[in-house]
Design a binder for this molecule. Structure first.
Ligand SMILES: Nc1ncnc2c1ncn2[C@@H]1O[C@H](COP(=O)(O)OP(=O)(O)OP(=O)(O)O)[C@@H](O)[C@H]1O
Length: 635
């Protein structure tokens, strides 16, 4: 389509060497409103072309100096924007064809008969150019658009990729969460199924929805959908203990109840199960059989009541009592001892008993044990001073089979034996420092390991220790550990030496006379002897008194008194050291040696007022050996 735009803005360059044609065309086109420029040959035409940048060129082909085809070649780069119409003679059409090949837009033949044809060609060229320009712009616009859209597309793709990666991540997290959830659900399910109590859920109308394995075993598998009180307890109405109204209000409740049907006690926790809207949807319950705990509690309560009754009775008798169980004495210091024994019996704390040898420390320890709530369990005595250091650990902690040569079977130690009861540690001051550390760990909950074993054992122990040493001095001298000392020195009991309570001597003599095996006639210790005994200081304390009474009854002899021979027996037997009596003649050598050993040790103890270290020195043995021998001879 030919453009209708006004042509005056269009610059036309006419390059032609024939003045007449150039002028006539210029006049015509100028009249038609074109802005016409002229050049008389190819060279000038080229220069003008560069100057004015025409919109269309009318180019003659045959010109001197530089012909039209050369011009066309020179501006070949521009031909896309500036159309060239070749004006050529009719006889040289092959020139026109060559020009068209070089990029000319059109051609017009000379002579130009109708200027309108030429103008039409110019307008067509311009229109064509305009269209090309428009096309170019449109293409540029399209390219811009495509660039923008491509960029947008890239951005969207990137965003999508990020979103995709996020989604992927989220999916992985979800998958992991789902797996963890599944695992924890299956663990929970496993726990619920192995739980030894009953677990069940029911709806608000008491219809059972779930029962765990233990409950199913108890009531059968077919209870789902049935009324819980009916299925579980065979009751027509909701159970009396059931707090369903509270649970339906959203509360969790805890109840203990006795089921008359099976005669057992139960502990129940009932709780609501909420739906997504926070409404109570179901009831859930966990029920545990606590009959054993209840029975133990009852037993403990009864025992406590009995104990406090016993203790009240004992307390009220204390003031006037001349004895406390098997302990004899009514002196003021002994009354204090009795009070302390009662306190110790009521508590579970560790006890330490101080007193000289023979004052009755073991007797007191046993009395505390008997009165305490451990009384029905074992009372295990350990003479710490009599165990060689090499054996002490295996004695306390026991050993496993194969732990050392000769360990042909497992052997429990003192701690195992005393588990639940009382460990009486006599001569605790003799315990070496390493053992003190190990025992401390054991009684503080760290446990102990038998020799050759790996498993750590725990024992529920109460320690009652005893010593005739001044433990404070041992502490200062570094022979006793402070931490161990403070662990056992919680309830100290001090036993008075016999010389500080001589008013108890007649009672004790009487007690030992009664205790001594006798015929129908009870042996009598004359008053003057008892009075003499009250004058003596008793370095071996009650043990020495006990021995003295027994010797007096059997031998009519008292070592520290010069007695008139008022007892026939004194004439027949005069000395412990007569090891072999006529009626002993049938003894084996080892029995005779043992009898001599006992008599000799006893003799030395009496001679040395029961000072055991001195006796050990005299015998040429260490203290431990002497202690061991005394224990084995019942001295
Ligand atoms: N108050 C007492 N009433 C009755 N018997 C007693 C009394 N005190 C001690 N005995 C008797 O004296 C003997 C020695 O007592 P026990 O072994 O308890 O003393 P101990 O202080 O532990 O001696 P050691 O320190 O030498 O081991 C025992 O036979 C014990 O029964």
């Amino acid at each position: 389509m030919v453009t209708t735009q006004p042509p005056e803005t269009r610059r036309v360059l006419i390059i032609d060497d024939e003045d007449i044609i150039r002028d006539s065309v210029a006049t015509y086109l100028g009249d038609s409103g074109f802005d016409v420029h002229q050049a008389t040959d190819g060279r000038e035409g080229l220069r003008r072309f560069q100057e004015i940048r025409p919109d269309v060129v009318l180019l003659d082909l045959r010109m001197p100096r530089m012909d039209g085809l050369e011009v066309l070649e020179a501006i070949s780069e521009e031909l896309d924007q500036v159309p060239v119409i070749v004006v050529t003679g009719a006889g040289v059409l092959q020139d026109a064809v060559a020009a068209l090949r070089l990029g000319a837009f059109d051609f017009v033949t000379k002579p130009i008969v109708d200027m309108a044809v030429l103008e039409h060609a110019v307008l067509r060229a311009l229109e064509n150019n305009r269209l090309k320009e428009e096309n170019r712009r449109y293409q540029a616009h399209l390219e811009d658009e495509i660039r923008i859209r491509t960029r947008d597309l890239h951005r969207r793709t990137e965003e999508l990729e990020v979103a995709n990666a996020d989604l992927q991540n989220e999916m992985e997290i979800r998958e992991k969460t789902a797996a963890a959830l599944k695992q924890s659900e299956s663990r929970l399910a496993e726990m619920v199924s192995i739980f030894q109590g009953f677990i069940y859920t029911c709806d608000a109308n008491f219809r059972l929805e779930f029962v765990n394995r233990t409950l199913a075993r108890h009531v059968g598998d077919d209870v789902i959908g049935k009324l819980c009180h009916m299925a579980l307890y065979r009751l027509e109405q909701p159970c009396a203990w059931c707090r369903y109204t509270d649970v339906l209000k959203g509360e969790s409740v805890h109840t203990e109840f006795f089921n008359e049907r099976d005669g057992r006690w139960y502990d129940a926790v009932q709780a609501p199960v909420f739906d997504g809207q926070g409404q109570v949807r179901n009831l859930q319950a966990v029920v545990l059989d606590i009959t054993e705990r209840k029975t133990t509690e009852d037993w403990l309560r009864q025992r406590e009541a009995q104990l406090s009754k016993k203790i009240r009775r004992l307390k009220s008798n204390l003031r006037t009592a001349s004895r406390f169980g098997r302990i004899i004495g009514k002196s003021r210091p002994m009354q204090e001892v009795y009070e302390n024994i009662l306190k110790a019996a009521e508590s579970n704390a560790h006890v330490i008993i101080y007193g000289e040898s023979g004052t009755g420390k073991e007797l007191v320890a046993r009395t505390i044990h008997d009165l305490s709530d451990r009384g029905s369990k074992k009372f295990v005595t350990v003479h710490c001073g009599a165990i060689p250091d090499t054996l002490i650990e295996s004695e306390f902690f026991g050993y496993r089979k194969g732990a050392f040569t000769g360990a042909d079977q497992d052997k429990p130690g003192y701690l195992d034996a005393a588990d639940g009861g009382t460990l009486f540690m006599d001569e605790v001051g003799e315990l070496n420092l390493t053992m003190q550390v190990k025992l401390l760990r054991a009684i503080e909950g760290g446990g102990y390991t038998p020799i050759g074993g790996r498993a750590v054992r725990q024992a529920d122990l109460r320690i009652v220790a005893a010593t005739n040493r001044n433990l404070r001095a041992s502490l200062d001298a570094g022979r006793f550990r402070k931490d161990f000392y403070y662990r056992i020195h919680i309830l100290p009991i001090y036993l008075p030496p016999l010389k500080s309570r001589k008013e108890d001597i007649p009672l004790l003599v009487n007690h030992f006379v009664n205790d001594f095996p006798h015929g129908e006639k009870l042996p009598v210790v004359p008053q003057r002897i008892i009075a003499a005994m009250q004058e003596y200081d008793w370095p071996g304390n009650v043990r020495e008194l006990q021995n003295t009474v027994q010797r007096y009854i059997t031998l009519g002899k008292i070592d520290f008194l010069d007695l008139p021979p008022d007892d026939p027996k004194t004439q027949t037997v005069s000395d412990d050291l007569v090891a072999v009596q006529p009626d002993d003649a049938n003894r084996s050598l080892s029995e005779a040696v043992r009898a001599f050993e006992k008599g000799y040790i006893q003799h030395l103890l009496n001679e040395n007022h029961w000072h055991r270290s001195r006796v050990a020195r005299l015998l040429g043995v260490d203290r431990r050996t002497l202690f061991r021998k005394m224990k084995s001879h019942g001295l």
